[in-house]
Design a binder for this molecule. Structure first.
Ligand code: PAF
Length: 280
């Protein structure tokens, strides 16, 4: 079933009294998205996959213009789920009835760290569209990938703030054989950039294996050196933060869950990745 308006989705689900899992996407689907849809299909009677390239979360107009779109391929990837799938492909007016602008949110500073520093306004855009999707579709559960770990934490905080009874489920990163985290943006990489990009995860794993011996400065220096050895790659940031507040740390103290967060340019394409460190 394909619908372009939320009211059609609502009237389709009315009186069905079934559990609904929502997988919000911006299309250009890959196996990472499909892993979310699979999980949603296991846990719910209906799945809604939304496809909407949300303009308010792009802080760079070129990035928005170049964002990959291929609805025909998306439909093919979703075909195995057709028995319980509701594909929702709205126009901006359906999600933003007044103006295509972001609301201002505050998530106790979570929104200001890491990606928030490098992509001003990004999380306001994400939270605005997710609030709209949640209110309009009222799912029981919603599924997000851990590659966008900060986004996941912010959506959990948003759901709490709005007092919505929606369970937010984070799903593990899906990687290519050589370790590159799946992302719609990978479709924009040239062959050389794609090959070089495998160094990102390889380096993250090397750093994790030496976390007992290195301090954060040493880890950052190693990451940057390893990335910059590749002609096509450039590090935008390398941070380590606790998963509860995401405040970048200068040193690892004892206790708590830590993650590395990186952003790397492969040519003009910006890739992010994250890896959990061992608990110390
Ligand atoms: O992760 C994404 O694809 C987007 O940020 C999301 C959650 C669909 C909101 O537009």
């Amino acid at each position: 079933m394909l619908f372009n308006t939320h009211s059609e989705v609502q009237s389709f689900l009315k009186d069905k009294k079934k559990s609904v899992g929502l997988v919000p996407t911006m299309g250009a689907l890959h196996k990472g998205h499909i892993s979310l849809v699979e999980k949603a299909a296991q846990e719910n009677e209906w799945i809604i996959v939304s496809i909407f390239v949300n303009p308010t979360q792009f802080n760079n107009p070129e990035d928005l213009a170049n964002y990959p779109k291929n609805i025909a391929e998306d439909k093919i990837m979703l075909a195995p789920f057709k028995e319980k799938l509701i594909l929702y492909v709205p126009k901006s007016k359906d999600l933003y009835p007044k103006n295509l602008i972001s609301k201002e949110f505050c998530f106790a500073g979570l929104e200001k760290q890491i990606e928030g520093t490098f992509r001003p306004g990004h999380f306001n855009g994400v939270a605005t569209v997710i609030e709209s999707l949640f209110h309009k579709l009222l799912p029981n559960r919603a599924y997000f990938g851990e590659k966008d770990f900060q986004q996941l934490q912010i959506i959990k905080a948003l759901t709490k703030q709005l007092g919505l009874n929606i369970k937010i489920i984070g799903c593990p990163i899906v990687r290519e054989k050589d370790g590159l985290a799946l992302s719609s943006r990978n479709k924009l990489l040239t062959l050389e950039e794609r090959k070089a990009a495998s160094v990102i995860f390889k380096t993250l794993k090397e750093i994790k294996s030496r976390q007992e011996n290195w301090n954060i400065n040493e880890m950052e220096a190693y990451f940057k050196k390893s990335i910059e050895r590749e002609y096509h790659l450039r590090t935008e940031y390398f941070f380590i933060a606790k998963t509860n507040d995401l405040i970048p740390l200068k040193a690892l103290d004892k206790g708590g869950c830590y993650r590395i967060f990186v952003a790397v340019f492969a040519g003009k394409t910006r890739l992010i990745d994250t890896l959990e460190l061992e608990i110390i």
